[in-house]
Design a protein around this ligand. Structure first.
Ligand code: TXA
Ligand code: MG
Length: 473
């Protein structure tokens, strides 16, 4: 599909709006993140959004309009409290959920009887929405699973060729998505922390709830919150601890090609060895962190970072939105710089057994990081069947690159685990090497599944998982 690029000028915005009214998709800037829009009243147009993003259709879309007064055309039972909130935060990074009117198709609400309404503040977005004259359903304009786009170049990278138009605007000022506030709940409930903080909302409404603080079955959360999101290709870790310990820990990971550190300015002059340092702004400024976060996560991919270390994030105000995104990217992997172990798995070619072990270990919730290498590694990805068998156990190793074992790796790992006795025998005794079975008090090796069918790989992966679960570090 040819994608037209529009500038922020009247005739371009008119042309883009015409595409929307004609049932096509257009990406537009907002102050939170770029959105991927289509006419919210046109089911067929809305379906094109899901197709362009590769998004599951059980995830509802936010409806964007230029003026809060128009909300009544699409939502019913709008309470007075919502009007008070709108007064303060609309236009702005707040989405309110109301009961929907029938004109909103189920493709937008993903079958729910509610609709999320947002009035963006970004001037280009407002001018565009006014030209559209119809409500515009729009999720963030990233490919599903990728960090949300906060600049034209991010949006172009993900959506060129997949949508009819992209409006080129400024970088998103806020940088994290809107706060999603459920106004249909008995006590208004934040389903997704975002650009407007709980404290700011409470100043207007009094006490509100946050869905993550509720018991699991109390309330359906925003369906979107259950998906893996915001993830760069490398593994993100939240690294706790004193600055010095963190520095030391990251420095010892220098052998990994490559490591990125997301660091507050107060820490950017620390010695992180070979790691690339990405500035998160001052630790006093959640605004800076929010503004930079998604750009940083994308940069980690551009750098080809395998491991990404991020700091702990406070739990109040706008920090909560930053924390929510970053900890999701980390898949809740929080490790302690002082006590976390670094584990190295070794096999022959680093395409089957050791990458599966590394992947499975990385989702086991241990206070540790792991890497893998081969005694005779020739480069390349993990084998198809290894990727498949690991995926069945929830481990994603499709980005793995096979690497040759080096002395530097051995020297900088706390624990080296081989698949077999013969691997172990190839490594000098002075390193703390054991077979993976020996480490948990078992005997025997992990047979090489190389060349076998997927069932053989499956057995191997399950055997590794069992051993990893029994590891005490
Ligand atoms: O800042 C934003 O909100 C951006 C810009 C483009 O406006 N949009 C955005 O949309 O982030 P999206 O689709 O990526 O995320 C919308 C979130 C999802 O978690 C979704 O499940 C939730 O809002 N949501 C939308 N409608 C809902 C509804 N009726 N009930 C519950 N949750 C809803
Ligand atoms: Mg999104």
């Amino acid at each position: 599909m040819e994608t037209r690029i529009f500038e922020n000028k009247t005739e371009d915005l008119k042309a883009a709006a015409e595409l929307i009214r004609g049932g096509e998709t257009v990406v537009f800037p907002t102050e939170t993140v770029y959105g991927l829009g289509a006419n919210a009243l046109d089911s067929l147009a809305v379906k094109k959004i899901f197709a362009a993003k590769g998004r599951p259709s059980d995830n509802p879309l936010i409806v964007h309009i230029a003026d809060f007064e128009d909300a009544e055309q699409f939502a019913k039972d709008i309470p007075e409290t919502a009007k008070a909130l709108a007064e303060k935060f609309c236009p702005g990074p707040l989405t309110m959920i109301f009961k929907k009117k029938d004109c909103i198709p189920s493709e937008v609400s993903a079958g729910l009887d509610t609709v999320g309404i947002r009035i963006p503040k970004d001037e280009t977005a407002r001018a565009f929405l006014k030209e559209c004259g119809v409500p515009v359903a729009a999720p963030s304009a990233n490919l599903s699973g990728r960090p949300s786009p906060t600049s034209f170049s991010h949006a172009f990278c993900d959506m060129n060729g997949k949508v009819s138009g992209i409006i080129k605007g400024e970088d998103s000022e806020v940088g994290v998505e809107s706060t999603v506030l459920d106004m249909t709940a008995e006590v208004p409930t934040i389903l997704r922390p975002g650009g407007v903080s709980r404290e700011e909302i409470e100043e207007v409404l009094g006490k509100v709830l946050i869905s993550s603080e509720l018991k699991k079955d109390d309330i359906p959360k925003a369906p979107g919150m259950k998906y893996k999101h915001y993830s760069p290709k490398g593994q993100v870790y939240i690294l706790k601890g004193e600055n010095e310990k963190r520095e030391e820990f990251i420095k010892k990971r220098s052998y990994v090609t490559s490591v990125a550190v997301i660091a507050f300015d107060e820490m950017v002059n620390a010695d992180f060895g070979d790691a690339r340092v990405l500035s998160f702004g001052s630790d006093k400024s959640p605004e800076d962190a929010a503004h930079r976060l998604f750009d940083i996560l994308r940069e980690c991919d551009d750098l080809g970072a395998r491991e990404i270390y991020a700091p702990e994030i406070p739990d109040d105000g706008l920090w909560r939105a930053v924390k929510n995104r970053l900890y999701k990217a980390a898949g809740a992997r929080i490790i302690d710089a002082e006590t976390a172990k670094s584990v190295l798995f070794v096999c022959t070619g680093n395409t089957c057994r050791s990458p599966m072990a590394e992947g499975i270990f990385n989702i086991s919730g241990k206070n540790a990081v792991s890497a893998s290498a081969g005694l005779f590694a020739a480069g390349g990805k993990a084998s198809e069947n290894a990727i498949c068998a690991a995926a069945e156990l929830g481990a994603d190793i499709k980005n793995h690159e096979s690497q040759q074992l080096t002395y530097e790796m051995l020297e900088n790992s706390d624990i080296v685990l081989t698949m077999t006795e013969s691997h172990k025998a190839s490594i000098p005794d002075k390193y703390n090497v054991q077979t993976i079975a020996e480490f948990v008090g078992d005997m025997g090796g992990i047979a090489d599944p190389y060349g076998g069918d997927v069932e053989i790989y499956r057995k191997c992966a399950i055997q590794l998982k069992d051993l990893i679960e029994r590891m005490k570090l």
